[in-house]
Write a protein that binds this ligand. Structure first.
Ligand code: AMP
Length: 364
């Protein structure tokens, strides 16, 4: 593959959810074709040129997919390593494998972040295979302190696979919630706010960060992102510095989401997502370029755009039944609606989002 893709070439996307859908739409605007690979239902298939519906262990389907595209990216970080091996033998994967493997496992991720000098919550591994997991958890609680959160190391999202621990008595129930999976115990961070930086790095090593958004979660799921975040300029620069350090350490190409906790005196990295991120959806309505096009540009070897914010915005996720409010939202002036085309509105399911422009960006 040449480093630079031309319009008309094809971008392969692993994962066919809403993030894949929005990536495919952005790719189409730049004249690229897209090919989605997704084992299940694929909202992205509605807007992509081609969709392969096959499992991540279907070697034949993976090989055919890899042969049919000019670069592969992903909207989903839990693609099995064997699938990636098969693809990488045929076509480049951007962002690279290392970014994926670091973020697939919360323990690896925490160790990586600590190794590159960033602050993370205190943590201790609690492996399922240990003879006496209860004793190991008690020891981890003693190391980390309470309150704490026990999380599965892999495959957790939107607060799933997590259990709060207020005292050592909560141990057994928390272990049960892990359902036999390896876990990590994290000290609970007393944060003032949660922020995230959506950052991009190009093939020319250039780094471009969108302004931090301030995130509010409900039941472990992102509810709103408000931009600008209520932080001072020093904190903003430190947040950019953290994102840049991560991108450079991973030799990353593409868009990355970094979630952080702001405490009284520090920024603590919660987790990284090696892909476009829900807390970056505001960029569609608030900045000169959105995170999806920035990602497509990066992986296509195109120059990044200066991600200047032109408006103050609040992005609100439409979860489950929230979708019923769409007719009213549609009647609101200045409310930008983005729906994902999912047939069924189950509780906790992300159905769409709305971004409300609250004013022009004040001069900073
Ligand atoms: P996560 O899946 O790790 O992003 O966690 C989902 C949400 O749970 C976060 O956005 C926080 O609101 C909360 N949370 C997770 N880990 C911690 C922690 N160590 N301290 C405080 N809050 C946390």
């Amino acid at each position: 593959m040449s480093d630079v893709l031309r319009p008309g070439q094809t971008i392969g996307i692993l994962g066919g959810g809403q993030l894949g859908r929005m990536l495919a739409m952005a790719a189409a605007r730049l004249g690229f074709r897209t090919h989605i690979y997704e084992p299940g239902a694929a909202p992205a298939g509605e807007v992509a040129g081609r969709t392969t519906t096959a499992a991540y262990d279907d070697a034949e389907a993976l090989a055919a997919f890899a042969e049919a595209v000019d670069v592969v990216t992903y909207e989903f970080e839990n693609v099995p390593a064997e699938a990636l091996d098969l693809i990488e033998a045929r076509v480049a994967i951007r962002p690279n494998r290392n970014a994926l493997s670091v973020s697939q496992d919360r323990l690896t991720e925490k160790m990586f972040l600590k190794d590159i000098g960033l602050k993370v919550a205190p943590f201790a591994p609690v492996d399922a295979g240990e003879a006496d997991a209860a004793a190991r958890l008690a020891q981890a609680i003693a190391e980390v302190g309470t309150p704490a959160i026990l999380k599965t190391r892999r495959l957790g999202y939107d607060g799933k696979g997590q259990a709060r621990i207020l005292s050592v008595h909560d141990g057994p129930a928390a272990l049960e919630a892990m359902a036999g999976a390896d876990a990590i115990l994290e000290g609970f961070v007393k944060f003032e706010r949660e922020i995230s930086v959506i950052a991009a790095r190009g093939t020319d090593d250039r780094i471009a960060c969108f302004e931090p958004g301030e995130n509010v979660h409900r039941d472990g799921i992102l509810h709103t992102t408000t931009v600008p975040a209520h932080i001072d300029s020093g904190t903003r620069e430190r947040a950019f510095g953290i994102a840049g350090t991560i991108l450079a350490a991973l030799d990353y190409v593409g868009v990355l989401g970094v979630e952080m906790f702001q405490t009284a005196d520090a920024l603590i990295v919660n987790e990284i997502a090696p892909r476009v991120h829900n807390s970056g959806h505001w960029t569609e309505a608030g900045a000169l370029i959105d995170q999806f096009e920035q990602h497509i540009r990066a992986i296509a070897g195109w120059p990044l755009v200066d991600p200047v914010r032109h408006s103050d915005v609040v992005m609100t996720n439409l979860i489950g039944d929230d979708i019923d409010g769409v007719p009213d939202i549609a009647a609101e002036n200045g409310a930008r609606i983005h729906l994902y085309g999912k047939a069924e509105a189950r509780a906790g399911r992300k159905m769409g989002h709305v971004t409300r422009v609250t004013g022009p960006a004040a001069d900073r």
